[in-house]
Write a protein that binds this ligand. Sequence first.
Ligand SMILES: Cc1ncc(COP(=O)(O)O)c(C=O)c1O
Length: 393
Amino acid sequence: MPLQTEANLIKKFPPYLFARLNAEKLAARHKGEDVIDFSMGNPDNPTPQPVVDKLIEVVQDKKSHRYSTSKGIPAFLRAVSRWYERKYGVSIDPKTEAVSAIGSKEGLAHLGLAVINRGDKVLTPTPTYPIHHYSVIIAGGTLVPISILDGPEAFLRNLGKAYSKARPKPKILIINFPHNPTTVCVEPDFFKEIVKWAKKNQVLVVHDLAYADIVFDGYKSPSFLATPGAKDIGVESFTLSKSYNMAGWRVGFIAGNPKVIASLAKIKSYMDYGIFTPIQVAAITALDSPEENLRKLAAVYQERRDIMADGMNKMGWPVDKPKAAMYLWAKIPQRYAKMNSLDFSMMLLKEAAVSISPGSGFGSLGEGYVRIALVENKDRIRQALRNIKKLFS
Ligand SMILES: Cc1ncc(COP(=O)(O)O)c(C=O)c1O
């Protein structure tokens, strides 16, 4: 009998598509190549100094070095409650309606285990950020993917159709707007429709609000929980990774329906001891910081969006300007249309020293597209455009 080294669950995971691209990127860097990296939604700017200062202050307190609480320290959860009230007029009971997450990726993964039974059907947009699919697979659920490529109205129509066809009936819907990777955005009416539909069918809604603050041209991204009745049937996740450049800190939260929050808090209490207390305290400084800082951050991404999108359109690679999120979502340019998205991305890396994400990494419907994360500065974006243009001429 061979040594058992891989559970059946792990065997279900396809080889990580980005691994090949990452290996090539590293090899190019080892050769001294200056790779301009738009592949991951990993913010390049530093965490605000007051947040760093608070971490340093609290870490000096020896009492802060013990185990924290997986649910989140009360002061952090109160800050979550203030955040919801100030930004969206939503009232969240910090004791029963919010739980901290070690980044929203962790929160969503464990939420899957907390609410999905083996064999349950779960509706998700596709293509999408991988944890929206893999939280379902990890929990033993079955995906019912719905295309998000044609925008929110088509998504709603397809959602209704997929629900009526599915047997057994789906129990959960996972959504994310502004959406990664397609940048599709919604208005509050969309969430009203979702709440109406979810109540009628008793479907639990999980909304991922990761890009709440990365918004452009006056667009305001709505909170699902701000929809009347949303708390009866759903929860919402938020991360400090994007709005406060805190991706490495691993801090976020999930809020909403108290029964769902209790299930998540319960499973988390078996899995982890919570985020290091000094990080939770510093996160309070971030959540309480002035909205003006967020507008400045969004302006940085908006400028990058304009330079990249204008440059691509000018060289004959059509791309729309998104209203939110830190990405451009583009079709593979016509002249390379015969290539798949991984081969095209590999070619761009080899020939132009520019790294982007193949759309197929977000689900099969992402094939034919690529995602460009705006995490390089303006000069490097311009350099990337010059490199790509050489390839095009
Ligand atoms: C839609 C979405 N949700 C969640 C995450 C994960 O965020 P966190 O750093 O909080 O785990 C990301 C990261 O790119 C994302 O794009």
